[in-house]
Every structure is written in structure tokens, then in C-alpha cells.
Design a protein around this ligand. Structure first.
Ligand code: 73E
Length: 853
């Protein structure tokens, strides 16, 4: 298998393997190698950024060695692989995580120290990989960590956006300003370009159907663009398995058209290339922005006249989805062809998970490959497709069908003419089946159709995802129930209950405890006498027996205090707010959204302020001091809760400062979460019941010994089941009551509680500056609808906050609660979730990479 002299190869490989040894001297040598050679610097000319890059590159060498062994072994063993298709992977930083998973943090720490650098400062040079908006993207990152750790052969597929989620700046008016995030500016040491493995992707062009109803069609002409892969190795913790995230970057196929250049038309020569490159230029900051289309930093070139008739933002998003899906499937099929198996065996080697509907075009694309290119009969192809795909639904937002993704038929026809035909055909054959099972039910056919009638007609991507998959899952128990009841009841009747299932989300304890809270992790390891909990989170149960142990409580509490101090230092160094280090830290960090109800929180803060103002100074001293921390990005153009106006007044009030302060931390990100979450005493998960599909930060806070205040929504319910109702501050109306309460508002029969009116009076009096800026918020509540039921939940929210104050006064019992909370969070490990997907949806087995590989 070696070209040339096998002995020379083996000797070379053995010699090179020495560079992967984990002792300090080897680490130092490898860092200096990259300083001198890769980065071409001399030691006197090395700053922290250079040192970070050199150290990261040396860690990457270790990752690549394992990555190669893993991929080779998987290929040799002809294993079944999982392909996780997600338009977002919110990875955050890689350096610390990679060192911990590889077990080399200590030699890097010591090595860097000897070379004159501090590991933490060096680590701070790394930019977050912000290729996601929030929970959905971070979930994908946690799942990839678990897949590698569990030795499950897996690939993540996504796009390599040149600009990730925007950087958020808060201007002097307290408003959000979005700034681009050029995260690739300093080059990215974690990716391996595969410039030779580019895939050609067709857009537009002409399509024909086959001669008979289910025959092979054709697709020709149009525009060809390139998708270039960049690979990011994903190491498992304490195992050799190193999986891959393949990110696709769009390129023009002919970057330089000689004929046009010779004609002097230089601009025309680069135009097509630029249009192609636009496809992966920027991550969509969320669905809402597609409506506003304000975030398109780069104008789409109008080489195709038709484009003017569509919202450019929408067309670009569809191009993103298709380029990504087509390149990924091309890759998967190429790997499959090498096995020389019949196509009917495809699902035995490949499980493809659709992370929400964004990659649903994979269904008609695989049909096209099988029927048009591989000559498979339609029915067999459809069977292969269905056995291959699984679909995860994440749609919370009141589970309104309007929240589901739809694409205009003319837009798909224009960009992907052959796919539109295939979708129509899938629909026709599907509706035949429906008609067979439920004869003469026209209303049902219209409800279930892939096509929604109207001007223009729309393709319902969720329906396509449901019928093209063998399993559909929601992401928390309540959510999965609502998916069946409210979203797809007709499909449950058609396909049966078993097609629909639940996999409650999970988080990786490697990043969200071991890495972000090293002191607590060390105390846990010491108490349990082992590190096994890192791989088996149920082992945290062993902490229960220390919950009432005074000495343990003291150590536990002092770690929380150290984490609080760190956050307070961060706040004081990034804002002009001075904070009381003894205050209860009450946190709400997540995307800013109406349904998440940051507004309920801030109205509650105002009520607390008014209450404190009424007290005498000595009475105030008896109230638990609070620090309210907010963070999160809003969709561009989205109206933001007036947190900054409120904080301005409260923080400036000398009488109150000690007892209450409010900060909004700009630019919430994975890295900032790693500082905030370990410091929190209380965190808020207060969405209107039935609107948050799961939530995952609730799990992170609880794992880090923070208590939760929340509604009976998403995963909050299961968290309380696990850690005990007595340890969660629940409030508010339940999902079942929401429709009735909304009707009451619509009928003008709703009651507004006096506490809320008191807050409104204070706002309108100008206490928080120009009351006018609050009018949009107040209007959503009083303008008739109060769709998210702020007024209905306000009183019980305040009551729950009072219970928090009471509980916090008894510190010993509070700490006991927090120990129980951490101890009982085992079931929210992403390892558990991923094993559930592996057993119930993917039918894949772990594959251990042997040491001798
Ligand atoms: O409740 C969260 C959930 O924890 C949900 O809102 C979020 O997914 C998390 C992980 O399951 C989510 N994100 C999106 N939809 N649901 C979404 C939709 C469009 C674009 C980007 C993200």
C-alpha cells in the first residue's frame, strides 16, 4: 500500500509520531515549529495572537492525525455513518475544547508559561466561530461533540459563511447596532481547505420530465457554481474518534472569463464569480429578516433578469439551502458508490438527519440523483429516500403553522426547475395515497398537500420533510406532543403514531461544565472520587449525599462566589455599572424575541424598583439585593425591549444602587455564555406556555448550579421532573389555557392586574426617560391582543420572584437546592440524546478506533 520504499515510509511515520507526544518539551517544540515555519516569525516578534495561532496549529496537527486514522478506519470497516445537516453550527471557540478533549491542556499550559505566555490570555485571541443564531445551531455543536465522544461515525454538513452572526454594539440611545463579523480575518487554524474536492452545483437551466409518469428526467444549462469544502475536525473526549464538520464555501466556476476579458469587459468577467461567492457570504440572522431583507450586506448581481421579481433576500436563502444540500449529497453519494453496493442498500450505510426544514431540498435532490442520474425506478428511489432521512422539528413559536418554512413555487421553478417537477410528482403520488385511505375528503387533501394554493402557490417544506422521512421528532416532551396535536395531526392519522417521536434536547457537559466551570468540575471530581461523570452524567447523582453537608456546601458556595466575582469584573470592565458583589444574580440571556418575553422580566424589574423606592432605607436592607443581567441579539430591525432605558434610571439612583442594578451585556455569544452561566444564581426561561420548543440554556444554567424561574414550557417541565418541583420557581398559565386567554383579550374581556398598571403609570410619568419609546411595547399589551399574555402572567411572575427572595435568605437551604439541581441533571446530557437518536432513528452503532490503527 505504500508507494516507494515501505520501510522508509514506516520510519518516517514513526518519527513524525514523536511530534504528537504529550510532554511539555514536545508541545514547546511544536509551538516553536509553527512560530518559525508556518508563521515565519522570530521569537522576539511574537505576540499573543501569533502564539495562539502557533499553539492552535500544533493542536490541529494532533487533531488531523486522529482524524486521518478515524476516517481511514471508518472507510475500511464500511461503517454506517450519520450525516447531520444543519444550516447552523454555533461552535464558539475551539482551542480550549480541543485541548481538553485531547487531554493536553496541562502541557500546553506549562509549555506556554515557559515560553513566556499565559494560556488564558493566549486563548482570548481566538474568535468565536459564530455560524449560528442560537439554540438550534448550538444544539448541532453539542451533538457533534457527543457523536465523536460516543464513537459514532458522523459528519456535520453546513455552510462556511464568511460573516457569521453579526457583532452587536449598543449605541448611546441603548439601541442595537449590527456590525459584520469577519471571523476569518486572521485565518482559521481549525479548518482544512480541500480545494481539490470542489463540487459543481447547477442553478437555473432547463428541465424535462421522463417519458412515463415515474421516468428519469433531465436538467441542463443554467449556471454552474463551485462548492469548496473546508473540514473542521471534531475530537471526542477521551477517545481517538475524530469526526468531521464539512463546511461548503461557494466559488465562481470560471473566476476569469478570457473571452470577455479580451473584449475589454472585465466587469462582466468577474460578475458570475461574484454572484456565486455571494451565496456563502453571510449567515441569515434569522427568519424574520427574510421579511425585512435589510441584512443583505452584498447586493445580488442581477445576471438573471427574473431575479428582480423576487425578494432578493429570499432567493439568496434558497440558493444557500440548495448549494449546501446538493454538495453534501454529492459527497455522501460519492462515498457510497465506492462501496459498490446496490442503491437499495443506501439506507444501510447512511442516516441523514434534517435539522429543521432548512435542508428539506435534500429529499427531491436525492430523488433526482437516484431517478435521473442512477436510473433507479421511482418507487424504489422513494423508498430509499424515506428510509434514509429523519426530520427534527424545532418550531416553537405558539406552534403556528404560519411559522413553518414555505417557498414560492415560481421561485423554485426559476432556480431549481427539475426539483419543482419532482416535488409536484411526489405530491401527486402522495395525494393518491391519501385519497385511497380517506376517500372523498377534499378538505383533507388541501390541508395535507405539499402545495399551498394562493398567489403565488407555496411549497410547504415541513410537509415534504414529514413524508420524505421515516421519523419525525420534536425536541422536548411537551413540544413533541404539540407537533402531533397542532402541527401534523393529519399526518399522524395517515402514518400512525410511531412515525412521530420525542428526543428531548441535551447539552454537552464537556463544554458546559468541565470547560466553562473548571472549579466546580474539580470539586465534583473530588467528591465523586472519579472523572467518570464527564462521560456518564448520571453519575452526578453521587453528589446528592453531600447536599446537606455543611463543609461541602461551603466549598460549593465559594465556587459560585468566585464565578460571580468573575462576571462582576467583566461587567465593571465593559460597562459603567458598579455592582454589589453580594447581590443575587438574575440572568436572562437568549435571542431577543417577543415570545421569550424579556419584556415580562423588565416590567418585573420596574415593579421591584417601585417597591424598593417605597421602603425606608433600613427596610431596604432586609430585601435581597439583585443584579439583573440581560443579554441577547435581536433580529435586525426588530423592536427591542427597553432594557437600557430602565437600567439607566435604576443604576443612576443612589438610594437603590446597592439593592438593585440592571445591566445589558452587549454581543452575547458562546464565549460570553461561558462566563455568565457559571455565575448565575437564578435564570429566567419565561416564554408563553407552548411557544418555546425546548430551550437548552435552561439545562446549562441548572447543570452549573443555578436555579430556574420559568413557565411550564419546553424542557422546563422535564427539568423540574428531574430535579424536583421544589427546586424550580414555576409560574404562569399552562399551554391548555392559552387559546382561551387570547380569546378573552380579543373580546376585550381581559383584566389587567393593578401591579402592571402601577408599572405602566411609572413609565408614562417619564421615570425612565421619554415614555414614548415604551409605547410599542405597551401597545402589544394594551392595544387589544396581548398575544403573549404578559398581563395574564404578571401577577404570578411577581409572586414567583417573591418566593425566590424568601428562598435566597436561607442560604444553607438555597445551596442545598443548587446541589440537588446539578446532581439531578444527568438526563439532559447530549450523550443521552444522541444515543436515543442512534437507537431509535439512525440505527447506528459506535465504532471504536483501535490504538493500532
Ligand atoms: O426552543 C428552541 C430550541 O431549544 C428553538 O426555538 C430553537 O431550537 C432550539 C433547539 O432545539 C429554534 N431555532 C429555530 N427554530 N427553533 C430557527 C428557525 C429558523 C432559523 C434559525 C433557527
Amino acid at each position: 500500500i505504500f508507494p516507494g520504499d515501505a520501510k522508509a515510509w514506516k520510519a518516517a511515520i514513526a518519527k513524525n509520531a514523536e511530534t504528537l507526544k504529550k510532554d511539555v518539551e514536545t508541545v514547546e517544540a511544536q509551538i516553536s515549529h509553527h512560530v518559525h515555519t508556518t508563521l515565519a516569525r522570530a521569537p522576539f516578534n511574537v505576540d499573543e495572537l501569533t502564539m495562539y495561532q502557533a499553539a492552535a496549529l500544533s493542536v490541529r496537527d494532533r487533531l488531523i492525525a486522529r482524524w486521518n486514522e478515524t476516517q481511514t478506519f471508518h472507510t475500511q470497516q464500511r461503517v454506517k455513518r450519520v450525516y447531520y445537516l444543519s444550516l447552523e453550527f454555533l461552535m464558539g471557540r475551539q482551542f480550549d475544547n480541543a485541548m481538553l478533549n485531547l487531554g493536553v491542556k496541562k502541557p500546553y499550559n506549562d509549555g506556554l508559561k515557559q515560553l513566556g505566555f499565559n494560556l488564558e490570555d493566549v486563548s482570548d485571541s481566538e474568535r468565536d466561530m459564530g455560524l449560528g443564531n442560537g439554540g438550534l445551531g448550538r444544539l448541532a455543536a453539542c451533538y457533534l461533540d457527543s457523536l465523536a465522544t460516543l464513537d459514532i461515525p458522523a459528519f456535520g454538513y453546513t455552510l462556511r459563511y464568511q460573516q457569521g452572526i453579526f457583532r452587536q454594539i449598543i449605541n448611546s440611545n441603548g439601541e442595537q447596532v449590527e456590525v459584520p463579523d469577519p471571523w476569518l480575518e486572521n485565518t482559521n487554524p481549525w479548518e482544512i481547505p480541500r480545494l481539490d474536492a470542489a463540487v459543481e452545483i447547477r442553478l437555473h437551466g432547463e428541465a424535462t420530465r421522463g417519458d412515463n409518469a415515474k421516468g428519469a428526467g433531465t436538467w441542463t444549462g443554467g449556471l454552474e457554481v463551485l462548492a469548496v469544502p473546508y473540514d473542521i475536525p471534531v475530537p471526542g473526549f477521551g477517545t481517538k474518534t475524530t469526526n468531521n464538520i464539512r463546511t461548503w464555501s461557494a466559488r465562481g466556476k470560471v473566476s476569469f472569463d478570457l473571452a470577455k476579458f479580451n473584449a475589454g469587459d472585465y466587469e462582466a468577467a468577474v460578475r458570475e464569480a461574484e454572484e456565486a461567492e455571494t451565496i456563502t457570504r453571510v449567515l441569515y440572522p434569522n427568519e424574520a429578516s427574510l421579511r425585512h431583507a435589510t441584512y443583505i450586506l452584498v447586493q445580488v448581481e442581477l445576471t438573471h433578469d427574473f431575479e428582480q421579481n423576487f425578494d432578493k433576500g429570499k432567493a439568496l436563502r434558497l440558493k444557500q439551502q440548495y448549494l449546501w444540500v446538493a454538495a453534501s449529497l454529492h459527497d455522501i453519494c460519492r462515498r457510497f458508490r465506492k462501496l459498490r453496493e446496490p442503491w437499495t442498500a443506501f439506507p444501510d450505510y447512511n442516516a441523514i438527519q434534517l435539522n429543521d426544514t432548512h435542508p428539506t431540498l435534500a429529499i427531491p435532490e436525492l430523488m433526482r440523483i437516484l431517478v435521473d442520474e442512477e436510473g433507479q425506478p421511482w418507487d424504489e428511489a422513494w423508498d430509499i429516500v424515506r428510509r434514509t432521512f429523519g426530520y427534527t422539528n424545532h418550531t416553537g413559536a405558539a406552534l403556528m403553522t404560519e411559522a413553518l418554512e414555505r417557498w414560492a413555487v415560481p421561485l423554485i421553478e426559476w432556480l431549481l426547475p427539475r426539483h419543482m417537477q419532482i416535488i409536484y410528482d411526489i405530491n401527486a403520488f402522495f395525494l393518491e395515497e391519501v385519497e385511497k385511505k380517506f376517500p372523498n375528503d377534499r378538505a383533507r387533501l388541501a390541508r395535507m398537500s405539499l402545495i399551498e394554493e394562493g398567489y403565488p402557490k407555496m411549497v410547504r417544506m415541513a410537509h415534504l420533510a414529514v413524508i420524505g422521512s421515516h421519523r419525525v421528532n420534536g425536541v422536548a416532551a411537551l413540544h413533541s406532543r404539540l407537533v402531533k396535536q397542532d402541527l401534523f395531526p393529519d399526518f399522524v392519522e395517515m402514518f400512525g403514531q410511531d412515525r412521530f417521536t420525542n428526543v428531548t434536547n441535551g447539552i454537552t457537559a464537556r463544554r458546559w461544565l468541565y470547560q466553562c466551570n473548571p472549579q466546580l468540575a474539580a470539586l465534583i471530581t473530588q467528591a465523586l472520587g472519579t472523572e467518570e461523570w464527564i462521560l456518564d452524567l448520571d453519575k452526578l447523582k453521587g453528589l446528592e449525599k453531600y447536599a446537606r453537608d455543611k463543609k461541602f456546601q461551603k466549598e460549593w458556595a465559594s465556587i459560585k462566589q468566585a464565578n460571580r466575582d468573575r462576571l462582576c469584573e467583566y461587567i465593571e470592565s465593559t460597562t459603567d455599572v458598579k455592582v454589589n458583589r453580594k447581590a443575587l444574580i438574575d440572568v436572562q440571556v437568549k435571542r431577543i424575541h417577543e415570545y421569550k418575553r424579556q419584556s415580562l422580566n423588565i416590567l418585573g424589574v420596574i415593579f421591584r424598583y417601585l417597591t424598593l423606592k417605597k421602603l425606608k432605607p433600613e427596610e431596604r436592607k432586609r430585601v435581597v439585593p439583585r443584579l439583573s443581567v440581560f443579554g441577547g441579539k435581536a433580529a435586525p430591525g426588530y423592536y427591542m425591549a427597553n432594557i437600557n432605558a430602565v437600567s439607566k434610571t435604576i443604576n443612576a439612583d443612589k438610594d437603590i444602587r446597592e439593592h438593585l442594578s440592571v445591566v445589558f451585556l452587549a454581543d452575547y455569544s458562546v464565549s460570553l455564555a461561558e462566563i455568565i452561566i457559571p455565575a448565575s444564581d437564578l435564570s429566567e426561561h419565561i416564554s408563553t406556555a407552548g411557544t418555546e420548543a425546548s430551550g437548552t440554556s435552561n439545562m446549562k444554567f441548572a447543570l452549573n448550579s443555578g436555579l430556574l424561574i420559568g413557565t411550564l414550557d419546553g424542557a422546563n417541565i422535564e427539568i423540574a421532573e428531574a430535579i424536583g418541583d421544589e427546586n424550580v420557581f414555576f409560574f404562569g398559565n399552562v399551554t391548555e389555557d392559552v387559546p382561551r386567554l387570547r380569546r378573552a383579550h380579543q373580546a376585550g374581556e381581559a383584566q389587567y392586574p393593578p401591579e402592571l398598571m402601577e408599572v405602566v403609570d411609572a413609565i408614562r410619568s417619564g421615570m425612565f426617560g421619554d415614555g414614548g419609546v415604551f409605547e410599542p411595547l405597551l401597545n402589544t399589551i394594551f392595544g387589544g391582543k396581548d398575544y403573549y399574555l404578559i398581563s395574564d402572567d404578571f401577577t404570578s411572575y411577581l409572586e414567583a420572584q417573591r418566593m425566590v427572595d424568601v428562598a435566597f435568605v436561607d442560604q444553607s437551604s438555597w445551596v442545598e437546592k443548587t446541589i440537588h439541581t446539578t446532581a439531578r441533571m444527568g438526563r439532559f446530557a447530549s450523550d443521552r440524546a444522541v444515543m436515543q437518536y442512534a437507537d431509535e432513528i439512525w440505527n447506528v452503532e459506535p465504532v471504536k478506533i483501535p490504538d493500532s490503527a
